[in-house]
Design a protein around this ligand. Structure first.
Ligand code: SF4
Length: 266
C-alpha cells in the first residue's frame, strides 16, 4: 500500500481491501497470502488478521492525495471483485478512481464474471473511463475463459496478466486487448515457466499488435531469473498510456518504443 512498489509494471499500489480466498491453481502460492500471514496475530500490525478479507475504508481516498500522476495497481493484496466485498464498497473504490482521473488505475482480477457483471451495472450504456484499465489474470489454457469474459467487459482499456504462467495457453484471441504481461512464479514453491509458453504468447501479441510486457522469469526471488526473453527486455505499454515516463524499475533502459504502432512494424 504505498506510493512505491517493486512491481515492474506499475508505480504504486493501493489496497482498499486486503485478504482473499483461493479459487484456482494460480492462487496456490499466492504472494499476498504468504506476506499477510507472516503478521497474523501481531497486535497493531496492518495484517494482524493475516489474509482474512478486510475492508479498509480509511484508505478509500488515498489516491486523491497523490498529486503526481501514477500507474496504480488496485488491490495488489486482494481481489476487488471477491464475492464478499460489498457492491457499495466497490462503488466507493470506483468513485475514487473516477475522481482521481490524473492517475491510471490497473484493476486486475481472477473473478472475471463478477467483474463483468459489476461493470455492466455501473456503466450500463458506456465503458469504464480510459484511465481505469481492467485486467484478468490467467495461468494456463484451462482458465482462458477469463479472457472471454474480459472481452465482453464494459471497459475502454483491457489487459491480461499471464502470471504466474503455469502452462501453455494455446491459441488465444487477443483482439480488443491493449496490453499483456507475462511472468513466472516466484517464492519458495515456485513452479517453473517454460520459454516456449512465454514465446507463444509474445508471438500472438505481435500478431494482434498488443503491447507486451515480460515481467520476470521468476524463481525463489522475483528477480532470480532476470527479465530477458530472447536476449532483451520487453517493457511495452498500451498506446495512449499517459504515464510513459515510466520504464520498468531496476532494469536497464531499453531502446524501444513503449508500445506497438504501425511505424514499429514497417
Ligand atoms: S485471487 Fe489473487 S489475491 Fe486472491 S488468493 Fe488468488 S492470487 Fe491471491
Amino acid at each position: 500500500m504505498g506510493e512505491t512498489t517493486q512491481i515492474e509494471w506499475t508505480d504504486a499500489t493501493w489496497n482498499p481491501v486486503t485478504g482473499c480466498t483461493k479459487i484456482t491453481g494460480g492462487c496456490d502460492f499466492c504472494y499476498a497470502e504468504r506476506f499477510s500471514e507472516r503478521f497474523r496475530g501481531t497486535p497493531g500490525h496492518a495484517f494482524e488478521n493475516g489474509f482474512d478479507l478486510t475492508l479498509r475504508p480509511a484508505r478509500l481516498k488515498q489516491p486523491l492525495q497523490w498529486r503526481d500522476p501514477k500507474r496504480i495497481f488496485v488491490n495488489s493484496m486482494s481481489d476487488l471483485f471477491h464475492k464478499e466485498v460489498p457492491a457499495s464498497f466497490v462503488d466507493a473504490v470506483f468513485d475514487t478512481m473516477e475522481a482521481a482521473s490524473w492517475h491510471t488505475f490497473q484493476v486486475l482480477t481472477k473473478r472475471s464474471s463478477l467483474m463483468v457483471r459489476y461493470l455492466r451495472k455501473r456503466y450500463p450504456h458506456g465503458l469504464a473511463p480510459s484511465h481505469i484499465w481492467i485486467g484478468v489474470s490467467i495461468e494456463d489454457a484451462k482458465n482462458t475463459v477469463r479472457l472471454k469474459h474480459l472481452k465482453t467487459a464494459h471497459a475502454s482499456v483491457k489487459f491480461v496478466s499471464f502470471e504466474p504462467l503455469l502452462g501453455p495457453v494455446g491459441k488465444i484471441d487477443l483482439s480488443g486487448i491493449a496490453w499483456v504481461i507475462v511472468g513466472g512464479e516466484s517464492g519458495p514453491h515456485c513452479r517453473p515457466m517454460r520459454e516456449d509458453w512465454a514465446t507463444e504468447i509474445r508471438d500472438q501479441c505481435h500478431a494482434f499488435r498488443v503491447a507486451f510486457f515480460f515481467k520476470q522469469w521468476g524463481g525463489v526471488r522475483p528477480k532470480s531469473g532476470g527479465r530477458e526473453l530472447h536476449g532483451r527486455e520487453w517493457n511495452e505499454y498500451p498506446l495512449g498510456d499517459r504515464t510513459q515516463k515510466h520504464i520498468a524499475k531496476g532494469t536497464k533502459r531499453v531502446r524501444q518504443p513503449l508500445s506497438w504502432s504501425r511505424a514499429d512494424r514497417g
